[in-house]
Design a protein around this ligand. Structure first.
Ligand code: MRU
Length: 368
């Protein structure tokens, strides 16, 4: 899957990159092991793991952003289906198949925008179809094997994405990112942050600028933390400071992740990304999107068809547990926005860098 990196760039190991805990993992074997989720709502002050004992806990973890970021949500959901296999009592394989299907249908309802969730569950569903006539033991093993494969493939893709984007990073300069597209949002390393980590490891003197990312602060709570854990010089700013920062000339590139990319390249990512893209264009700064093939949705023609999640008003009126708005105020709280393809300089994917025209080039390089 990963082609050889252009010299002098090379893949970095987790140890070399510094350590952050995995967002989601299956610890142990299928019979006695468990699905372990890092509760990201507690970061950066607490590292707390949830040992998921049922599918409802996985659903709640995705819904409440305990696990979040498009690829990590997909991995969590796939492992949630494997968990349905693990907790199944008895020897009736038909019953197990039906429970796995039910778990898959249920997990689909957790969040609407990141296509990786549906991509991973579709993959689990295809496997379930193939397992119809197998024993309970075999079905359980295969469900976990597939979920683990989704996880390990994502890790490989993240490394390839990092290598694809590294040559575009300044040898010395500022790179701005929005939300969290790091190890916490994937199997490891991240997408946008993998580019920064690989460039940093290759000797580029990068200063990372991190938008705090209102309203849930994934930038300040997660991205700034990850970058600092891995030794990258990091500066945090409020979202509304990005324009004035770019005007100073200190930002040489923007790199962000994505939740769903339409066939024409229109890209849904965390709310505020579109604004950053417009500001980057106004200042002549290249704007890159880093994403694995599992984030591309070739079934939709453009960004107008991407479902945008609308979240609870309280995330804005009672941010971090304190009331900061008058009682009863009307609130606009979409979790994502769509950046039109024309603002995107290039995509970094596991198949390398993809430049415009996107309608032709994305399909040619990624559509299977
Ligand atoms: O609401 P979140 O925190 O799940 O939103 C996450 C993002 O918008 C990320 O940028 C995106 O999922 C890419 S993760 C590699």
């Amino acid at each position: 899957m990963t082609s050889s990196p252009p010299l002098p760039y090379r893949p970095i190991s987790s140890v070399e990159a510094g350590r952050t805990p995995l967002a989601i993992d299956w610890v142990g074997d299928v019979a006695t092991g468990s699905l372990r989720m890092l509760d990201q709502t507690k970061l950066p002050t607490e590292i707390l793991f949830i040992d998921c004992q049922d599918v409802e806990t996985v659903w709640e973890g995705i819904k409440m952003l305990r696990v979040r970021g498009a690829p990590a949500i997909g991995i969590a959901a796939a492992m949630g289906v494997a968990l349905a296999g693990k907790i199944h009592q008895g020897t009736d394989a038909t019953d197990l198949i039906s429970k796995a299907r039910k778990a898959s249908d249920y997990l689909r309802t957790s969040r609407p925008t990141a296509v990786n969730l549906f991509w991973a569950l579709d993959r689990m569903n295809r496997l379930i179809d193939r397992l119809q006539s197998e024993s309970v033991t075999k079905i359980r093993e295969e469900l976990l094997r597939e979920a683990r494969l989704i996880q390990s493939e994502d890790r490989d893709m993240c490394i390839a994405i990092g290598l694809a984007g590294t040559p575009r990073m300044p040898k010395q300069g500022g790179v701005l990112t929005h939300c969290n597209a790091g190890a916490l949002a994937t199997a490891d390393f991240g997408t946008a942050l993998s580019v920064i980590f690989h460039a940093h490891a290759a000797g580029h003197q990068i200063k990372a600028y991190v938008d705090e990312t209102r309203p849930l602060l994934q930038g300040s709570r997660l991205t700034a933390w990850e970058l600092m854990q891995r030794g990258v010089p990091t500066t945090l700013l409020c979202d509304n400071m990005a324009a004035s920062l770019m005007r100073t000339g200190k930002v040489h590139a923007v790199v962000v992740g994505a939740d769903r990319i339409a066939a024409n390249g229109d890209t849904a990512n965390k709310i505020g990304t579109y604004g950053v893209a417009v500001i980057a264009r106004a200042h002549g700064v290249p704007f890159y999107v880093a994403a694995p093939s599992s984030t591309f949705d070739f079934s939709i023609a453009d960004g107008s068809q991407i479902p945008i999640e609308i979240r609870d008003a309280k995330e804005i009126t009672h941010g971090m547990g304190k009331q900061t708005a008058p009682e009863g105020v009307d609130v606009y709280n979409p979790a994502f926005d769509v950046t039109p393809a024309e603002y995107i300089t290039a995509f970094f994917t596991e198949a390398g860098e993809i430049a415009p025209p996107y309608l032709e080039n994305l399909a040619a390089r990624l559509r299977k």
